[in-house]
Design a binder for this molecule. Sequence first.
Ligand SMILES: O=C(O)C(=O)Cc1ccc(O)cc1
Ligand SMILES: [Fe+2]
Length: 463
Amino acid sequence: MAAFLSRLHHIALHVSNVNKIAHDLVVKFKFNLFSARLTDNSKQLAFRKGAAVFVVNERPNQSPPGINGGATCNTGRISHIQSEHQFTKTIGTGKYKNNTDSTFLYDVQPQYYVDTACNVCFEVDDMERSFNFLSKQGCDFLVPPTKVYDDKGFVTYSVVKSIVGNVNHTLIDSTKYKGRFLPGFNTVQNLANDGTLDPCPVTHFDHITYACPRLCTQQVIRWYEKHFGFQRFFIDINEDMDEGYVLNQDGMGLRLTAMEYWRCSETGMNLHFSDKKELDCKFVIAESLPEQGSNQVDTFLEQHKGPGIQHIGLYTEDIVSTAKAMAQAGVPFFSPPPAYYTEVGKQQEMEDAGHDPQVLSQHGILLDTDLRQADLSGQTTETQSKRYLLQVFTKPIFCEDTFFLELIERRGASGFGEGNIRALWRSVQAYMEAEKAATQGENTTKPQNTTLENIPPRKININ
Ligand SMILES: O=C(O)C(=O)Cc1ccc(O)cc1
Ligand SMILES: [Fe+2]
């Protein structure tokens, strides 16, 4: 028994300048700005690419940190169960408006001033049931079930605090809503698709990686198992049930452990996409190990002042064309150590997978072969065909280096390959060390990852 999640609805980012990230998402990452909520004291913009939706919230200037969601009416622990008419607060929008000037609808304001991805929002089939269940378990609700309506119907949402730093989970029940996105958001007019083939076939969020302090992994896993019915998922054949996947040598100290949730039907979840394994979104916990010195996970924890979302993997059906188109549009990617492409057998491995090593190297794309022969249900398969995983990391997309994106293409491989993890880790380390040296050496400002500072904000037309 667990909460009744049915799918990932969107991931919310909280930033100081929504125009900059809006420009990056649209112009560089080829997302589509499709919905917006603009009030006197807040901006919330929604961007879509396939099933991947980001809602970007601009935090208001000068506003004191704190829980500031418009619908917030209980910031403490809710341990009793209320019937819907007792606990549900109602908000009207548009001509039904009675209270929409609140700062962030469907979210709360993070407690501190750093750009951050901090809300993974899930759709639930039955808000009352999920709320009652999680409340009984002692979960902290930052927003209790709240109805928001317009002329297309209503949704009910609540916000529950997770065990991971500033990460919250908004739960949304939109079964009674016929609009395009969410009440309170207005459709943004976009140029119609001109019918040309999309060079960036990003379809959904593949995984979300948390950076966590030492020895926290088990606690995090237990929280997600108990409350959301997540299940442990093995990253690699060499992984230990208790220890996770440990890479602890050659300057790399990392424990990786992963969970997923689509396959939790026995917990009572209604799986809309259960027949589409490719729509899984995995949760990866990255914990740094002390023996090898300070590293990128520690840097995240320092800069971000606690655990949180370190990166998000965007699934693409064609990583080469996606990386190429995004790089041309100005997305900076990490470069793997040059030795990666000259390792014995690597070029052959790439050719066997049908890829030109030169092209992969040109775009910094990594390829790993999954040697496991078990299919997703754990059964041994007849087929001996190899399964591959291709990945590339973008450089941090916020100025604080606290968050980056990844492109990932899976050709049958469901985990994460050791070779790729090592190369990704090294390229991020090299980048962070160079940044640190540049900052300390000349005491100059950090080089810009982006070239958008002087570009005027994109005009948003709202219906
Ligand atoms: O390989 C991946 O995509 C992962 O998500 C694993 C990972 C986690 C944290 C890092 O700092 C580097 C790699
Ligand atoms: Fe990743």
